[in-house]
Ligand binder design. Structure first.
Ligand SMILES: *[C@@H]1O[C@H](CO)[C@@H](O)[C@H](O)[C@H]1NC(C)=O
Ligand SMILES: *[C@@H]1O[C@H](CO)[C@@H](O)[C@H](O)[C@H]1NC(C)=O
Ligand SMILES: *[C@@H]1O[C@H](CO)[C@@H](O)[C@H](O)[C@H]1NC(C)=O
Ligand SMILES: *[C@@H]1O[C@H](CO)[C@@H](O)[C@H](O)[C@H]1NC(C)=O
Length: 961
């Protein structure tokens, strides 16, 4: 019995290790040349060594199928030098990321040869020169990022051909001129970032029609233009609109609200005029920056836009400063987002009453000057956030009138004077931040009345005198921060009554006396910092003091500990008999070194079950057709084909038509044969006939179509007639079998049938290349020239273009035909005047294999310029290839029928899965063979013998398990 888990295991391992791979020295050489030309001060490329496979090198990833370099990802490694031209030899590259290095010089225009590129990331280097227009040929490019370099010149209009482009980033360079309006053709563009250049002229309105746009930034240029009236309708995906610091003019159209995903609108520093439009329903708006324009308003109606922002609850920044706005700020200002952090209306002509204002939140601005004595007008205020500005002067006592205040943040300003005691009458206050000012004086005992106070941060001031013991009554306090002031005296004994305290920081003051034992009671404390004071006496030993990570007592020279261990750990003295003797105990450094290494060794047993394969019956009728005249006549053929009846026409090739004919032999037997009738109107057909006759005269192989005889005579009109009589193949050619016209009725070639056919073709070609003398090159291998007999055994046919190779491969006995072959299958070097070669046949064979197992013709429309079937397949990883293979190939049907007679395999479900895995593995391996046969460089291709033996090995592995 097969042990199913074992099968899974071996299968799993097998799937991740393809024993088959081709030599890819082009890629390896290109990477070596790259390394040799680049300066690598931090030795980041040390893994790029002669002794290892280049696919394991840092930053390099290869395709699983075919081992070709697919990505070179080396950002931020301080690499410098010119961009090596060798990069353009990595023909299978998808992604190139050399961002954040110091490459200089020009962008090599040969990058345009890398037709599979999806991503070019060269941002943050020192590249100079212009953008090569040739890059416009990269039809698959999705990301082109040259931002933060020193590029000059214009954007080439050819970039409008980058039809797959999603991200174009050219920001922060010295680019200039007009933006080509053709860029509006980039229908997939979602990210256009060209800010901080010298672009000028009219900004093309075509760009506002790219409905896929998510991010548009053209800030800091000299662009002119208006926003088209309807632009918001065409930008349903736009999230970021950055046009700041240009010369845009006109009004801001109301349609902006239709771009409902907008989050960030920055139109500052332009010449927009008119009133501010409503921004209805921009629910995710966080930034609205309209400052420094000529926006105007005369009546409060024009402030409807404040109202329109009611639903923009994420708004953080609202800047309408430096415009010509006039009138009263409406009360709707008070309903602006609770998340508002900056609200800047400065430099307008605004007046307004703010009685109803509940929140005034202007954190983190650079607001300066004294805070006006306006609190008496803000009696409904519950949040006042003015922190992190540059306010100076005193805090006015009128703050005491904001009786509803719960959050008061005046921290991180330049405020001086004392803390007005009125603040401590704000009994609803939960958070008080006054840290980081220059406040002086004491903390009044009144603080004890603040029962709601949870956070008090008054650190980093000049506060002095004692900490009032009343603070122990602020029982809601969780965070009490008073560090870096000048408090003196001792810590209130009962401070431990603040049961909720989580953080207490009294560090860097001048506190004296003992550490109150009451602190031991604090259950929730996470951080107690009493460091850098003048505390003395014993360090308590219970509660939080048992956990060294929770408290900090450094810089208090007079502390001591009763426990020797604690004294050591804390770096304090050891208390002796209640008194501290000067006996310094040096702190001990504890070093914990632990290393646990687990070694797990696994033994995998591979269980090989040999399943006897049923011998496929091969009924090759190799007996000669006795009785057929050596030279048959036109008349015989005419009779056999029923006067060349259309229903007997079985194919039309380059040089003629093939008919099915039924011949009656002199001995009374009949046989069905194929007759290839040459079309002598074609000047080359006659030559092709001679070539084919010559080629087939002496060769004999079970996978070559057998020519029985030839006919060269005159037809009844006295015209010359030439035909070849061949074995008839009832199952037609491979092309119609791979691509049946009628998917439903056409019989489907199973995986094993395809594999056998591939082996048959390889055997035939192997015979021609290696066993014939002189060797024969077929020159036109393609599925249409592979015929299938009644047993689905393949026979290679059509030798009309064949060539004999003489010993000296450069002279050919038959060289007059020139190299033709069929588009899609012909090797690339033939296009450059290469001579017929066995490598050329291997290429065509590889394409045939890829076509057979992927179901895609090499002439498919999807293989546009620069992309061939083999590049396409090697561009994908294994799973993608499998997704695009016909599902019926990995269907378990074949396996079930094959093994239905055998009784020794696992349960149905497991065997199915097992078969599927095997089938996928087989397809992946076969495709690797196809790729190894279709390397660009003839030298790198396998020989047909190598391919043939690999295919046999794959079949063997399929049939044994
Ligand atoms: C690219 O590869 C070809 C063939 O391997 C080689 O002749 C050529 O020098 C290479 N070019 C560069 C720039 O490395
Ligand atoms: C940018 O290029 C200009 C000349 O095109 C040169 O003068 C300048 O020094 C370069 N700047 C940097 C930072 O390389
Ligand atoms: C707002 O953002 C949320 C969360 O990112 C998202 O789910 C939602 O679709 C966005 N709404 C709009 C109108 O953009
Ligand atoms: C805010 O949203 C509510 C509910 O979605 C809607 O009824 C109202 O009109 C919106 N207000 C504004 C000013 O967009």
């Amino acid at each position: 019995m097969i042990n199913a888990p074992f099968l899974f295991l071996s299968c799993f391992l097998f799937r991740h290790f393809h024993a088959i791979s081709c030599n890819t020295n082009t890629d390896r050489d290109a990477l070596f040349s790259f390394k040799s030309q680049v300066s690598d001060p931090t030795n980041s490329l040390s893994s790029w060594s002669l002794h290892s496979n280049h696919c394991t090198w840092k930053g390099v990833t290869c395709s699983k199928l075919g081992n070709r370099v697919q990505s070179l990802i080396l950002p931020g490694l301080s690499l410098s030098g010119k961009l090596p031209p060798h990069l353009s030899n990595l023909t299978y590259l998808h992604s190139l990321d050399l961002s954040n290095n110091s490459f200089h010089g020009q962008i090599p225009k040969d990058l345009a040869h890398l037709s599979l590129l999806n991503v070019i990331q060269l941002s943050s280097n020192n590249l100079s020169g212009t953008l090569p227009p040739q890059l416009g040929h990269l039809h698959r490019l999705q990301v082109l990022d040259f931002s933060v370099n020193n590029l000059t010149g214009q954007i080439p209009p050819s970039f409008a051909n980058l039809s797959s482009l999603e991200n174009l980033s050219l920001a922060t360079n010295g680019l200039e001129g007009e933006i080509p309006s053709e860029l509006g053709n980039l229908r997939n563009l979602s990210f256009l970032q060209i800010s901080a250049n010298n672009f000028s002229g009219q900004f093309p309105t075509s760009i506002f029609n790219i409905s896929s746009l998510v991010f548009l930034s053209v800030t800091k240029n000299n662009l002119e233009g208006k926003l088209p009236q309807n632009f918001g309708h065409f930008l349903p995906n736009l999230k970021n609109l950055h046009l700041a610091s240009n010369r845009f003019e006109g009004i801001i159209p109301n349609s902006i609200s239709n771009a409902s995903h907008l989050q960030y609108i920055d139109l500052a520093h332009n010449k927009f005029h008119g009133s501010i439009p409503p921004f209805n329903n921009l629910k995710n708006l966080t930034h609205l920056i309209l400052g420094n324009n000529f926006l105007s308003s005369t009546t409060s109606l024009n402030f409807q836009f404040f109202y329109s922002l009611r639903n923009s609850t994420q708004l953080q920044i609202l800047m309408i400063n430096d415009n010509h706005l006039a009138g009263d700020l409406p009360s709707s200002v008070a309903n602006l987002s609770g998340n508002l952090q900056q609200f800047c209306v400065a430099n307008n002509f605004l007046t307004g009453a703010l009685h109803d204002l509940q929140k005034l939140v202007i954190y983190s601005n650079r607001l300066s000057g004294e805070i006006p004595d306006f609190f008496g007008n803000l009696t409904n205020l519950y949040t006042l956030g003015m922190g992190n500005n540059q306010f100076s002067g005193r805090i006015h006592r009128s703050i005491g009138q904001c009786k509803r205040l719960t959050i008061l943040d005046l921290g991180m300003n330049r405020l001086g004077g004392t803390i007005p005691k009125e603040i401590f009458q704000l009994s609803g206050l939960t958070s008080l931040y006054l840290a980081g000012n220059s406040l002086q004086g004491s903390l009044p005992p009144k603080v004890g009345t603040m029962k709601q106070l949870e956070t008090m941060d008054i650190s980093d001031n000049q506060l002095s005198e004692n900490i009032p013991m009343e603070i122990e009554h602020c029982f809601s306090l969780k965070w009490l921060m008073m560090a870096r002031n000048k408090f003196n005296g001792s810590i209130p004994t009962n401070i431990g009554n603040l049961a909720s305290l989580e953080t207490l920081d009294l560090s860097s003051n001048s506190l004296t006396g003992p550490i109150p034992e009451s602190l031991e009671k604090l259950e929730y404390i996470q951080k107690l910092n009493l460091s850098f004071n003048h505390l003395e006496g014993e360090v308590p030993m219970e509660g939080l003091f048992t956990n060294l990570t929770k408290f900090d007592l450094r810089g208090n020279n007079q502390l001591c500990s009763l426990s020797k261990e604690n004294a050591q750990n804390l770096g304090v003295l050891l208390c002796v008999a209640g008194k501290n003797k000067r006996k310094i105990v040096l702190p001990t450094i504890l070093a914990v070194v632990g290393a646990i290494a687990l070694f797990i060794s696994m033994v995998f047993l591979f269980w090989t079950m040999k399943k006897k394969r049923k011998e496929r019956k091969t009924s090759l009728s190799s007996a000669p057709f006795r009785g057929l005249p050596q030279n048959i006549k036109y008349g015989d053929i005419r009779i056999a084909t029923d006067n060349f009846a259309a229903e007997n026409l079985i194919g039309k090739g380059g040089f003629g038509s093939v008919y099915k004919g039924v011949f009656n032999f002199s001995n009374g037997e009949t046989a069905t044969l194929a007759v290839k009738v040459l079309d002598l109107q074609q000047s080359k057909a006659s030559k092709s006939f001679n070539v084919e006759c010559e080629a087939l005269k002496n060769i004999r192989h079970r996978n070559l179509v057998k020519v029985i005889t030839s006919c060269s005579s005159l037809d009844y009109n006295g015209e010359e007639f030439k035909a070849l009589v061949m074995q008839f193949m009832p199952n037609g050619n491979l092309d119609v079998n791979i691509h049946p016209e009628d998917e439903e009725s056409g019989s489907f070639l199973t995986l094993m049938q395809r594999l056998s056919i591939a082996i048959d073709v390889a055997s035939a070609v192997d015979y021609l290349h290696h066993d014939c003398n002189p060797p024969i090159v077929h020159c036109d291998l393609k599925p249409a020239n592979v015929l299938l007999d009644e047993n689905m055994t393949a026979h290679v046919a059509d030798f009309g273009l064949a060539k004999f190779l003489s010993q000296n491969a450069s002279e050919k006995r038959s060289s007059t035909l020139g190299l033709e072959g069929s588009i899609g299958y012909i090797a690339p070097e033939y296009g450059f005047g290469g001579k017929a070669s066995t490598e050329g046949d291997v290429y065509s064979f590889g394409i045939l294999m890829l076509e057979m197992f992927t179901g895609k013709r090499p002439t498919d429309k999807m293989f546009k310029e620069g992309l061939s079937l083999s590049k396409f397949v090697s561009a994908m990883d294994e799973n993608e290839v499998l997704m695009f293979v016909d599902g019926r190939l990995i269907d378990d049907h074949e396996y079930s029928t094959q093994s239905s007679n055998t009784d020794d395999h696992g349960s149905g479900f497991e065997s199915k899965t097992y078969w599927t895995l095997k089938a996928e593995e087989c397809i992946a391996d076969v495709i690797i063979v196809g790729l190894c046969c279709t390397a660009d460089q003839p030298k790198e291709r396998w020989s047909i013998r190598e391919a043939s033996s690999k295919l046999r090995a794959i079949r063997h592995s399929m049939l044994t398990s």
